[in-house]
Design a protein around this ligand. Structure first.
Ligand code: DP6
Length: 342
């Protein structure tokens, strides 16, 4: 037997297995997370700050069966394999440990409403939805801090997808990571006109995953300490501009921070380059549009698809020009809301 939480938090009823379903949005960092000080606990070297990407979402259901056996992990209609599966199993294990009772094996089903091949990282939304669903299914009340800490253990950036709007992932100081979680600074309604336009230039899987790329950068890039120090300062600097909805200042910091993350990665050994010629073409187009008076800036994660930051009034023009110059498709996003139980 299982019961749906139907929006209400489930009570902690040990031994009573329940099912819960949660939905979360991905996010795009305006000041990036790049590098861990603790690989196991996923603790970053620096704080980071992102905006949640509506309308894209991942929905995840978790049911604890109360039975012995292996967890059943299905992602986008397929049985998960390898590290994709083991990261989910590990997170479910953390929930079982915190609960302390006999939750048993879990059945987990997750699906995104945007193609994984779109080059947009779905792992942030997936682990945020998983953390919320798994804790609720285990009978815990909603607690965004605990959920963010749990989501962080799946993927660092997921700590910033439990809440909507503008979220800072605090670096924290504690070795156990209890002070390293996402904290909402402004909700999605704070800046509804902001647009994040993903310029799709490539659908190929990236050669080096973020996890490996950031490890290589921390270990071998001589610029890494400068990156970590600068990013920490940029998080503080960007907040008053977000508060004032100053797109020019926010865009300038986001662009500079993206260049600096990639510059640090270029300097790794072996060097890491996530940019493709088409990425640079879109970046160039963005600059030309700006020179013509349009308010548009770019940011770039560990992949080839730039995300352009603009406002609702310039959105149509920017999309049109992007489609003519380099982007095969443009995915339009706006600030999204909190992860919710559905
Ligand atoms: C470039 O959160 O995917 O997107 O913690 O190893 O799972 P792991 O890495 P992940 O890295 C995201 C890196 C980034 C920047 C960012 O989102 O802040």
């Amino acid at each position: 037997m299982f019961r749906e939480p139907a929006g209400r938090p489930a009570r902690a009823l040990k031994g009573n297995h329940v099912k819960a379903t949660a939905k979360a949005h991905p996010n795009i960092a305006l000041v990036k997370y790049w590098g861990k000080r603790n690989e196991r606990l996923i603790l970053p070297h620096q704080s980071s700050l992102s905006v949640t990407l509506g309308p894209l979402s991942v929905t995840t259901s978790v049911e604890f069966t109360g039975e012995r056996g292996d967890d059943d992990v299905r992602i986008n209609g397929k049985d998960a394999q390898g590290s994709e599966r083991s990261r989910v199993v590990e997170l479910l294990g953390l929930v079982r440990k915190e609960h302390g009772g006999k939750l048993g094996a879990a059945r987990m089903v997750s699906a995104g409403d945007f193609p994984a091949a779109a080059g947009l990282a779905s792992s942030a939304a997936a682990f945020a939805a998983l953390a919320v669903a798994a804790r609720t299914a285990a009978g815990f009340d909603r607690d965004t801090k605990a959920e963010s800490i749990l989501a962080r253990r799946g993927s660092g950036s997921a700590s910033r997808s439990v809440q909507g709007g503008f979220v800072r992932w605090n670096r924290g100081k504690r070795p156990d990571g209890r002070d390293s979680f996402g904290e909402q600074l402004f909700d999605a309604k704070h800046w509804p006109e902001l647009r994040m336009l993903v310029g799709m230039v490539s659908r190929e899987e990236k050669e080096v995953k973020s996890r490996d790329g950031m490890r290589g950068t921390v270990e071998t890039s001589p610029y890494y300490p400068a990156w970590a120090k600068d990013a920490e300062a940029e998080v503080k600097r960007i907040i008053p501009f977000i508060k004032r909805r100053d797109l020019e200042a926010v865009g300038a910091i986001a662009e500079k921070n993206a260049w600096r993350m990639h510059a640090t990665a270029f300097a790794a050994d072996p060097p890491l380059c996530y940019l493709k010629p088409e990425t640079l073409a879109v970046i160039q187009t963005c600059r030309e549009l700006r020179a013509k008076g349009l308010g548009v800036w770019f940011t770039l994660d560990a992949g080839p698809n730039p995300v352009l930051l603009t406002s609702a009034k310039d959105e149509a023009k920017v999309v049109k020009v992007l489609e003519q110059h380099g982007a095969r498709e443009v995915v339009r996003c706006h600030p999204g809301g909190d992860a919710v139980l559905v």
